[in-house]
Write a protein that binds this ligand. Sequence first.
Ligand code: RTP
Ligand code: MG
Length: 142
Amino acid sequence: MAIEQTFSIVKPDAVGKNVIGEIYSRFEKAGLKIVGAKMIHMSEALAGEFYAEHKERPFYGELVGFMTSGPVMVQVLEGENAVALNREIMGATNPKEAAPGTIRADFATEVSANAVHGSDAPASAAREIAIFFKPEEIFSRA
Ligand code: RTP
Ligand code: MG
């Protein structure tokens, strides 16, 4: 299977709960390598660019408000089947529906504050990585 990169965010709720390390550990235990990472506090403009596909959704305002409410960790994860594998270990969007042992089941309770983001397809991953990382900030270990 091909080595892929995916884009991930540890959202403000999880940073506030002091579980950055525990979530990074989940990535590593699943076989994903962290090949780029930094802490940022997103502006509304940056969050708006990132969530452009959700602009017409009823939860858009709440989503951008939440994602700009505090610092986040952004990271590039690399590994076999990284996009789908990361989505699997994150669990369902709504933590109440997330399978036991997934990141969202273990670290979140609300759909609006669900601990992590992960790209939903290889094309989204490429778009999202390019928004947050310069090529020289990514250290592939493939
Ligand atoms: P993500 O983008 O964060 O990895 O999550 P996802 O693909 O599972 O969900 P998506 O449909 O892309 O939605 C992005 C984020 O919007 C929030 N949301 N709120 N109140 C609601 O009904 C609702 N629906 C989605 C979630 O925080 C979701 O992660
Ligand atoms: Mg999504």
